[in-house]
Design a protein around this ligand. Structure first.
Ligand SMILES: [Zn+2]
Ligand SMILES: [Zn+2]
Length: 343
């Protein structure tokens, strides 16, 4: 099969073709696993965090990609939850131990043995992949293959972030950064909290325009002041300046939810601008989002179909994965980027 592989950790500024297209053997499904023929796979900033070494894969080469939509091609020994031909999704959670205190209390996202799809196991930048049947999710019919892909990370992690933000209807919510996740969260808020006002902070005017099109009450640059203080803000940027700016925009007791697996170090000195009295005092909180649980994914897929969400998707061929990654690196983004692998 054809696959795009991470073979080495690179600096994307110096090496603009980090993934290698290779012909490799098709994987075989193990116990209670299914083999999926991959239809589409979303491209995520976390793929860049792997490639650039901020969350490096434990072994190389590895096939990245953790927003995978595929059809069951073959079942491994003991697998029987699905049928050949079923359309399934694979999200960032590839496996968790199922036995530790976190797993037993509905927090498998925090399991010390958590394995991420496309980092700790081969993912979906390939024509086929295998996954444990208990870690695959049926894809609602409301979505075509490419539209469904970003629901599996951008959407599902966004959903987890929104739950952690803890807002109620009528509250004001900020979104810092407006990429794949932001545009899905904004549409979800419109449905779950119809009286909430959403304020979007984004560097590019194109992103701000897109946010207004989708119903944002206001959209400004990272350092702009919104017309009111906000109850909660979800940050999906890879940098630090928006964190400090966001804290400044929170009301007393407000909460900042940082939805990023890693932050880049380039502007880390922005943190020195943090002013305790203005930015943190009055019981402001900062919380990060780590991974997703299977329940986050299945809840969100059901919600997305019910709304129904309309993911904005830009398609690339498998062999053009490097181009898609570079556009994310350079923040040339409208909605989500998806590799269309077969039909
Ligand atoms: Zn992701
Ligand atoms: Zn566990």
């Amino acid at each position: 099969m054809r696959a795009m592989l991470i073979t080495r950790i690179v600096d994307l500024k110096a090496d603009r073709r980090p993934l290698e297209l290779r012909e490799i053997p098709r994987p075989r499904p193990g116990d209670r696993e299914v083999l999926l023929r991959v239809l589409a796979c979303g491209v995520c900033h976390t793929d860049l965090d792997e490639i650039e070494g901020r969350t490096p894969p434990p072994r190389l080469p590895v096939i990245p990609g953790h927003q995978v939509v595929g059809r069951v091609e073959e079942q491994g020994p003991g697998a029987g939850r699905f049928k050949v031909g079923d359309r399934l999704g694979v999200a960032w959670i590839f496996s968790a131990c199922g036995r530790c205190a976190f797993c037993r209390s509905g927090r498998e996202n925090l399991c010390p043995d958590f394995r991420g799809t496309g980092r700790d196991a081969d993912g979906g930048y390939a024509e086929y992949m295998t996954v444990g049947e208990d870690f695959a999710h049926p894809i609602p019919q409301a979505f075509d293959d490419a539209q469904a892909a970003p629901l599996l990370c951008a959407g599902a992690v966004g959903h987890r972030a929104l739950k952690l933000a803890g807002i109620a209807d009528g509250d004001s919510l900020g979104l810092t950064g407006f990429g794949a996740s932001g545009h899905l969260v904004l549409q979800t808020v419109g449905r779950k909290y119809p009286n909430a006002q959403v304020y979007v902070f984004a560097r590019a005017e194109k992103e701000r325009e897109f946010a207004r099109e989708l119903g944002a009450a206001w959209a400004g640059d990272t350092g702009d002041r919104p017309p009111e203080k906000l109850r909660a803000i979800i940050d999906t940027t890879p940098v630090w300046k928006p964190v400090v700016e966001a804290l400044r925009n929170l009301e007393a007791g407000g909460r900042l939810v940082v939805n990023a697996i890693r932050k880049e170090d380039a502007d880390k000195d922005s943190l020195l601008k943090l002013d305790y009295a203005a930015d943190l005092w009055l019981e402001k909180e900062i919380k990060s989002v780590a991974n997703v649980t299977r329940a986050d994914v299945s809840e969100f897929l059901a919600l997305a179909a019910e709304i129904p969400l309309r993911p904005e998707v830009e398609e690339f061929r498998l062999e053009d994965a490097n181009a898609a990654l570079l556009e994310i690196k350079e923040r040339r983004i409208r909605g989500a980027k998806v590799l269309r692998i077969s039909s």
